[in-house]
Each structure stands twice: as structure tokens, then as C-alpha cells.
Write a protein that binds this ligand. Structure first.
Ligand SMILES: [Zn+2]
Length: 464
């Protein structure tokens, strides 16, 4: 596969569909062939046309190689006609549970847009790489992470092939950081049933962690599952609220199976209706198999309501907030997806602090670029990319934001006895910054990474 960057500002430069198609054409011309052409990071509500591409538009780039344009959320993608053909997606194809195959209301033909569970098999096929290419990609990502001060890196939805490949690359010394690998849904469920042993791929550098389920979609893709309708629903009906990827009963059964097998649970929920489904499922799992420190992780947790935070506290749930959304999508959450009130209350880190809930933050790369100081800064500043303040009452202190990326992150993963703080007996994973964030007057984003050490060994030093 070859890749093209379709991001819009502030990440990239694409602002219209014509510009995006031009980028794809250039990459196709530079690297001709019949393998997949993947466009990353397009954001329909950042394009002047305010819509997704169509397969006909992608056909104007090529009809002889399959093309996949992946939405910035990674929860949906548009493919060209050749790719539709290869996957046998026609006017008659029914949508899988928890997904959509968008069809033209007049002709009934697929438009090329595949959402949630309908997009996943196509994305996996397009992104599939031979082992050597995988190693090259992982190596270059590890370098970027090291330059950003990350000592432990994570794959939050790992296939068996990725677990084997990354574990092997780590053993060969090709990945300098510690790795946390979260087996994806079916794989983790197989491990829970005991039909596969994933721990054999673990080592002192590779930690096989929570099983990850994807309970709902993306708010900026209109698939996050909300209890109240989207603010400006775009092409959807006025009462549109998104939808769950996994129905309530299946989610209950899966969460219970994972938890009762003694594995940590991690569930992706952006919308508050999705969060309700997860909390119900977790409560039932806990009843079936009582445990007192299981640390189920709620991934994104963006629209957590105050009553849900209280329930999380009671049930021992630990959220990982996607705080960088305030910067990248905050203006559009306020004006388009959620409206001013809900946008101001998203990623409610200060409310979590007030209740004594331990939480982390994340960047969800490739959704947003790898930028540790931006990750630190967003929950502290709650400023959007246009420079506006969004929900200042949910601002947290620098110290809390640091803990969410260090000691509380280690705790959430169950690795607090090894990493996450500087103490005798821990593994000396360290980052040296150009200034002390706790005493820094200026913009936290101006702090530079000077050195990164893993296990006391320097893996990055800033060039002079
Ligand atoms: Zn997501």
C-alpha cells in the first residue's frame, strides 16, 4: 500500500475535495501500481463542500488500483468502485450489525462510504502490510514517539499478526520503548475462552493488556452514540443520535466474558448513550464476578455526564479522556456537532478530579499527531484551534495533567509497580524537558523534549 496525506489545517493543507483528489493523483502518479492507495485523515466537515467523497470521485484518481480514503476518525472510509467490487459490496449488500453501507437514495447504489463495522474489514485489508514493511513503519513511529518523550507506547486495537510482529520486533531490539498491546475484540474474547494464549507474546518489554471493544463511533463522524440528538445533524434527520456498534446484550455478554476470565476490560465510548451501555454492562459483569480493583477503562469518555462520573466512581471505572478534541474539534463541537453546552462539558477532567476519579489522557494517533506537550496543554488550557476557550470550568492543573500521562497512566495499565514515577525499584524510564512544566509561565507547548530514557538507556537526544 502507498499513502497520501489528506489532512486539513491545522494538521495538513487540504481544503476542498478537488485538492484531496489532486493529492491522491500525485501519489498515484509517483508510485504507480495495482496495490492499495490509502488517503489518511480527510475530515468531511473541514472540506469546503462539507461532505464525504464519493466512489465516483475516487474513480477519477484510478479505476485500476483499489483506493481507500480514511476519515480522520478512522471510524469510516470511502472506497472507489474497484474496492467495492473486490469486497462484493453492491446495492443488495445489507449493512452488518453496528455499521452502515451508505447508499444513494435515488439509485440504491453504494456511494462508497462505509461506516463503523462495515468499514473495518476493508480498512484491515488495505492496511495489511508484509512483515518487513511493518517493521519499517513501527521503527519510524518509535523514533517519533522517542523524540516526543514517550517511554511506553501502545497499540489500542491489536490483531494477532500485530501482536506477534511487534513482540518479535521488540525482542530483536527494534523498538526502544516498552509496548502495551491491547488485543482487539474477537482476539481478546478468544483468549478469554482459553482457545489462544496471548501471554506467550509478552516479555519484560511487551505487556499484553486489556481486551478492547469498540462500543460506539466518532462524534465528528456523527456515529458517536448520544442520548440527545446531534446539534446540527447535517444530512441526518433532526432526531439523529448516532448508534452503538455493539448492541446492549452482546456488549453485556462480552464484557462479562472478558472480566470473568480475569482480563482487564477497555471499551471505546464517546457518546453518553454509549457510556450508559458500558456502565450497565460493567455493573452486570461485576455482579457476576465480584472484584475490587479491576480497573475497567472507558476509552475517550468524552461526553461523560455528571451522573455517569458518579457511577464510574462507584463502580471503579477509570476513564481515559480524549482531551485533545477540545483543540482539534472544539470549535466544530460547539457550532456543529454538540452545541455550546455539551461542547463545554466534554472531556470533564476537573469534574473527575473533584470526585477523586483517576483518569488518563490520550492522543489516539493517528487521529491526532504525536505531540506530548499538546497532550499536556489541552486539558490545562481548554483552548480550541481558533484560540477560543471551551469549558474553562473543566480545566485541570498542570500537575494533574502530568499525572494523567505518567503515574496514573501506569496505574491504569496495571504497571504502577514498574513505571510511571521516579522511585527506587522502578525501571528508570525518564524524560528530560527544557523547562519544568510545574513552574512554567508560558505556553506549555513551547517546552522541548531534551532526552528520553527507557530503563536508564538514552533512546533520544535533541540534536544541537
Ligand atoms: Zn475512536
Amino acid at each position: 500500500a502507498i499513502a497520501a496525506d489528506l489532512n486539513s489545517p491545522p494538521i495538513g493543507t487540504v481544503q476542498t475535495i478537488a485538492e484531496a483528489l489532486e493529492v491522491l493523483k500525485e501519489v498515484d502518479a509517483e508510485q504507480p501500481g495495482d496495490g492499495w492507495l490509502i488517503g489518511f485523515g480527510y475530515d468531511d466537515t473541514m472540506l469546503k463542500e462539507m461532505r464525504h467523497f464519493t466512489s465516483a470521485e475516487l474513480d477519477s484518481v484510478s479505476t485500476t488500483r483499489p483506493i481507500l480514503a480514511m476519515h480522520i476518525s478512522a471510524h469510516m472510509a470511502v472506497v472507489n468502485s474497484l474496492a467495492l467490487e473486490r469486497f462484493n459490496i453492491t446495492a443488495e449488500t445489507p449493512a452488518p450489525p453496528g455499521g452502515e453501507i451508505r447508499k444513494d437514495p435515488e439509485t440504491g447504489k453504494p456511494t462508497g462510504l462505509l461506516l463503523e463495522t462495515a468499514s473495518r474489514p476493508v480498512q484491515l485489508a488495505a492496511l495489511h502490510m508484509p512483515p518487513l514493511q511493518q517493521i519499517a513503519v513501527v521503527r519510524s513511529a518509535a523514533e517519533i514517539y522517542a523524540a516526543q518523550g514517550f517511554t511506553t507506547v501502545e497499540n489500542g486495537l491489536a490483531t494477532l499478526e500485530q501482536i506477534k510482529g511487534m513482540s518479535g520486533a521488540s525482542k530483536l531490539g527494534l523498538i526502544p520503548q516498552r509496548l502495551v498491546l491491547w488485543p482487539k475484540d474477537e482476539l481478546g474474547l478468544e483468549a478469554a475462552e482459553g482457545t489462544i494464549d496471548l501471554q506467550q507474546y509478552g516479555s519484560d518489554r511487551v505487556y499484553i493488556g486489556a481486551t478492547k471493544l469498540v462500543g460506539d463511533g466518532s462524534i465528528q463522524g456523527y456515529t458517536g452514540f448520544l442520548s440527545k440528538p446531534y446539534y446540527k445533524p447535517g444530512e441526518h434527520p433532526a432526531d439523529y443520535r448516532g448508534y452503538p456498534n455493539i448492541d446492549a446484550d452482546t456488549l453485556k455478554a462480552q464484557v462479562k466474558a472478558i472480566h470473568c476470565a480475569g482480563q482487564q476490560v477497555a471499551v471505546h465510548e464517546n457518546g453518553d448513550a454509549g457510556i450508559d451501555l458500558f456502565l450497565d454492562a460493567w455493573e452486570a459483569a461485576l455482579e457476576a464476578c465480584p472484584a475490587h480493583d479491576a480497573r475497567p477503562i472507558l476509552i475517550h469518555a468524552q461526553m461523560s455526564r455528571p451522573d455517569q462520573l458518579e457511577r464510574m466512581k462507584k463502580l471503579g471505572v477509570t476513564p481515559s479522556f480524549f482531551s485533545a478534541h477540545v483543540y482539534y474539534w472544539g470549535d466544530r463541537h460547539r457550532d456543529l456537532f454538540l452545541g455550546p453546552e455539551r461542547a463545554a462539558a466534554m472531556n470533564p477532567a476537573a469534574s473527575a478530579v473533584a470526585l477523586g476519579i483517576r483518569f488518563t489522557t490520550h492522543l489516539d494517533t493517528p487521529i491526532v499527531p504525536i505531540d506530548s506537550m499538546l497532550q499536556l496543554w489541552t486539558p490545562v488550557a481548554r483552548e480550541t484551534s481558533s484560540g477560543k476557550s471551551l469549558g474553562p470550568e473543566e480545566r485541570i492543573s498542570v500537575e494533574r495533567a502530568l499525572r494523567a500521562m505518567t503515574s496514573d497512566a501506569a496505574w491504569q495499565l496495571g504497571l504502577e509497580d514498574r513505571i510511571g514515577s521516579i522511585e527506587p525499584g522502578k525501571q528508570a524510564d525518564l524524560v528530560i524537558l527544557s523547562a519544568n512544566p510545574l513552574e512554567h509561565d508560558g505556553d506549555l507547548r513551547s517546552i522541548e523534549i531534551e532526552r528520553t530514557l527507557v530503563g536508564g538507556v538514552m533512546i533520544y537526544e535533541k540534536p544541537d
